[in-house]
Ligand binder design. Structure first.
Ligand code: ARG
Length: 293
């Protein structure tokens, strides 16, 4: 019972903390392991909240957004484990690798794949989530795609999110198609649904989550990729931080806590949510509000 109350309390705290979370009003944490971080006593985490169930904004009854998703709950768990105050910086996915390379944060938690090309910019944690890749289309076009090979056709317009490993997958499996890269996963889904695109490469579970709001979205097939899973990007060369982040995340996974984060994220992703960046005032940009309905 105590545990349930504690969990409920931490969920409330988490929501409070993550709401509007660009900068926390909380002071620095006690820094349990004496780690060197970007800002002493804080854990600065980059994310790209266009990616349910990994990271997105859940809307409350009044439509107010707060950061949600299993990456965000895991970020809070790790911060608590390290005795650091969490600060999340939402940004476009395409900027994350460069920001890590420029020492702009301690961690990148964005459904990140351990792409060897990124290893000059950051170190990788252990894999914490077994994600896989998908090729998606819409129901009305599904009969055109029989398998992955059928996507490699000059008459198709095929997209992937800018800066992601899905761009490499498009180049590998659909080199003859017309390729489009879009900065937000949300834009890809919107353009698929409106008929501007024929297909796209996305993370499997992200496709499943978008499907809840856009039922016409159709997963054609799984796409092979050498690393089956997601990692946390850790500030390059900060061996102590890497060590304790791995310790925290393995504990979170092993004790079953992470599984509850995944379940929470899937539930919130099925409800009212917004995927994308907020404006400078922390509001959902007006022109995209309707797309979230
Ligand atoms: N897993 C892919 C990659 O690392 C895509 C990640 C996109 N993440 C996001 N939050 N939009 O390239």
């Amino acid at each position: 019972m105590k545990k349930i109350i504690a969990l409920a309390l931490s969920a409330i705290l988490l929501l409070g903390l993550l709401a509007g979370c660009q900068s926390s009003e909380e002071g620095p944490g006690k820094n349990t392991y004496g780690l060197t971080t970007l800002k002493e006593g804080y854990l600065t985490v980059l994310t790209s909240p266009d990616y349910a169930p990994y990271e997105f904004y859940a809307l409350d009854a009044d439509g107010n957004p707060s950061l949600a998703g299993f990456d965000m709950e895991l970020a809070q768990y790790i911060a608590d484990y390290l005795g650091l105050t969490l600060e999340v910086i939402p940004m476009s996915f395409n900027g994350i690798v460069g920001e890590m390379a420029a020492n702009g944060a301690d961690l990148a938690m964005a459904g990140l794949s351990p792409d060897p090309d990124r290893e000059t910019a950051m170190d990788f944690s252990d894999i914490y989530y077994a994600g896989k890749q998908a090729f998606v289309t819409v129901e009305s076009k599904a009969s055109q795609f029989t398998d992955l090979a059928s996507t490699n056709n000059a008459s198709f317009s095929i997209a992937a999110q800018t800066g992601t490993i899905q761009m490499d997958l498009a180049a590998e499996f659909s080199p003859n198609a017309q390729f489009v890269s879009l900065p937000k996963a949300t834009d890809i889904i919107a353009e698929l649904v409106s008929g501007k695109l024929d297909g796209a490469y996305v993370e499997w579970d992200v496709a499943e989550a978008y499907k809840q709001n856009y039922p016409e979205l159709t997963i054609v097939c799984e796409v092979p990729y050498e690393a089956d899973g997601n990692v946390i990007g850790v500030a390059k060369g900060n061996a102590d931080l890497l060590k304790y982040v791995n310790e925290a995340l393995n504990k979170c996974v092993d004790e079953g806590t992470f599984a509850t984060y995944v379940a929470n994220a899937l539930e919130l992703a099925a409800g009212d949510n917004y995927q994308g960046l907020l404006d400078d005032e922390g509001n959902i940009p007006v022109e995209t509000t309707a797309a979230a309905e």
